[in-house]
Structure formats: structure tokens, C-alpha cells
Design a protein around this ligand. Structure first.
Ligand SMILES: C[S@@+](CC[C@H](N)C(=O)[O-])C[C@H]1O[C@@H](n2cnc3c(N)ncnc32)[C@H](O)[C@@H]1O
Length: 267
């Protein structure tokens, strides 16, 4: 790619995952094994009891596929139309490995409902940090509580301030043929947010020119106190927290940066 062959387009509006969706699995698969190991270990006593589940903010649907492959009837929800399209395509491709139905729907985690109550809701990949306003955390917890059967489980992870402070302020260049992604991370201590600016360079198959465009994503830092009080107000009575570093391979994270929460609704 040469500087003179790059042309710019304005930042995309609306769906911050519109461009990323198509490259998400290629560029961001480093967390899959780590999260799967966390789910297997934290939910080992829950899995044998599960008949149904919902993967909230499912992205490309990888976790939902593993649930359906275990024979758990699964709903996969995401607010990004691009992510939903990919999750559906991945479900179609993996059809032969699924032992229970998997359906994908576009929905917002702050206001969703399911055709019937489920036993488990997953919400992984710091999706809860994506909620732009503090009220959103409570709306998401209440929607999860409504969608669960009594005694059901809500399992999610969040980036903590330590992650925004220690891991985010760096620049990364990710490349694949025809695609380069420059990510600049930073944080805003006053607003307690992590900021990620993505600069995409996409080679156009028609003419070989490179199209450049930029996207900005902010993640909100929730304190453990805010999370616990929000979950309790939504009806979750048992709340357990696990440092994600316990489940991660070398170099993936540091202690205190990401927490997995397992919350259980009253029976
Ligand atoms: C970092 S990705 C994580 C995807 C997947 N859960 C994983 O672990 O790979 C965050 C996802 O959250 C989705 N998302 C963000 N805000 C959302 C909302 N309010 N409701 C539903 N999905 C949302 C995004 O579209 C994106 O797919």
C-alpha cells in the first residue's frame, strides 16, 4: 500500500461493527480459547442442567455455536446487522455439527425478549462495557432477568479500569491480504472510558485502490460495586466474580484487567 493510493471516506455512522464484522474472526480470535476455558471451568456445574441459552451480543456467533453443538437450544442476539448476518452464515456452515436449534436475531441487550425463558444468558467479549450510559447497565440486567427462568444464570465479562489504564494505551497494526487495521487505544480517566480508534485500509478488488476510513469505539468502565448493586436490583441473588487472568494463556491479559461475573436469579 502506498500513501498516494489511499483515499478516505467519512467514519461510518450507526453500526460501529459494520466494517469490523467481516474481519472480526480473522483479527480477533485470540480470546476464543481463553473465554471457552473460562466458560468450561466456571459453568462446569451449570452445563449439565442446561436446555436453553441465549448468547447476547453474540458477534459472529462463535460461543453460540459451541452451545448449540452441546445440544443446548440457543438464541444468538446482536445489535449489529453485519454481525447478525455473519452469525447466521456461520450457523448455516456449521449446521452438521449442531445438536440443537440455533437462531440469530438482531436485538439490543437493553431491551430484548425471547420466545421462551432460557436457563443461561452469556454476554461475552466486554459487550457490557459497550453500553454508552450508566442507565444501560441496569436496563441490560433487567432484560436478562426477564429472559431467564427462575434460578437461571447470567454470565458476562467486563474490562476493568486497570485494562483501560494498562492495556489500552497502545497502537497495533493488524494485516491480512487486502486489509490493514491500525488501532490506537487510549483512556479518559475523567469519564472513566477506554477509547479505541480504528483506521481501516481496504483494498478495492475492482481497481486495487485502498479505501481508508476510521471508526471510534468507547467502552465504559463499571466498578465492581456498580455491577453488583445493579445485578441485585434486577433480582440476581448470588453473584460471583472471577479474575479472567486465571483462564488466560501467557501474554493475553494481566491480573485485575478483566472480570467474569456469574449471577444467578432467585429460584
Ligand atoms: C467485542 S464484540 C464481542 C462479540 C462476541 N460476544 C465475542 O465474545 O467475540 C461486542 C459485540 O457487542 C455487540 N453490541 C454492542 N452493543 C450492543 C447492544 N446494546 N446490544 C446488543 N449487542 C451489542 C456488538 O455489535 C458486537 O458484536
Amino acid at each position: 500500500m502506498t500513501r498516494s493510493s489511499a483515499i478516505s471516506s467519512p467514519p461510518s455512522q450507526g453500526d460501529p461493527y459494520a466494517t469490523l464484522a467481516a474481519h472480526y474472526d480473522a483479527f480477533f480470535s485470540f480470546h476464543r480459547e481463553w473465554f471457552q476455558s473460562a466458560r468450561n471451568r466456571i459453568l462446569h456445574h451449570v452445563f449439565p442442567t442446561l436446555e436453553s441459552a441465549c448468547d447476547l451480543a453474540c458477534g459472529t456467533g462463535r460461543a453460540a455455536l459451541t452451545l448449540a453443538a452441546r445440544g443446548i437450544r440457543t438464541y444468538a442476539l446482536d445489535s449489529s446487522p453485519a454481525m447478525c448476518r455473519l452469525a447466521r452464515a456461520n450457523a448455516r456452515e456449521a449446521r452438521a455439527t449442531l445438536r440443537a436449534p440455533l437462531t440469530v436475531h438482531q436485538a439490543d441487550m437493553r431491551d430484548f425478549s425471547l420466545p421462551r425463558a432460557v436457563d443461561l444468558i452469556l454476554c461475552n467479549g466486554d459487550a457490557v462495557n459497550h453500553l454508552p450510559r450508566r442507565a444501560g447497565l441496569a436496563l441490560a440486567a433487567r432484560s436478562a432477568a426477564r429472559a431467564l427462568r427462575p434460578g437461571g444464570y447470567y454470565f458476562f465479562d467486563v474490562n476493568n479500569w486497570r485494562a483501560f489504564e494498562r492495556l489500552w494505551p497502545q497502537t497495533m497494526l493488524l494485516e491480512r491480504p487486502g486489509v490493514a487495521l491500525l488501532i490506537r487505544g487510549s483512556n479518559d480517566p475523567r469519564r472513566r472510558r477506554g477509547i479505541s480508534e480504528s483506521h481501516w485500509f481496504l483494498q478495492q478488488p475492482a481497481n486495487g485502490l485502498w479505501l481508508r476510513h476510521s471508526e471510534r469505539l468507547e467502552e465504559v468502565c463499571w466498578t465492581p460495586g456498580e455491577i453488583r448493586s445493579t445485578l441485585r436490583r434486577a433480582g440476581f441473588t448470588t453473584i460471583r466474580a472471577f479474575d479472567s487472568a486465571r483462564f488466560a494463556g501467557p501474554g493475553l491479559t494481566q491480573p485485575g484487567c478483566r472480570t467474569f461475573y456469574l449471577a444467578r436469579l432467585a429460584l
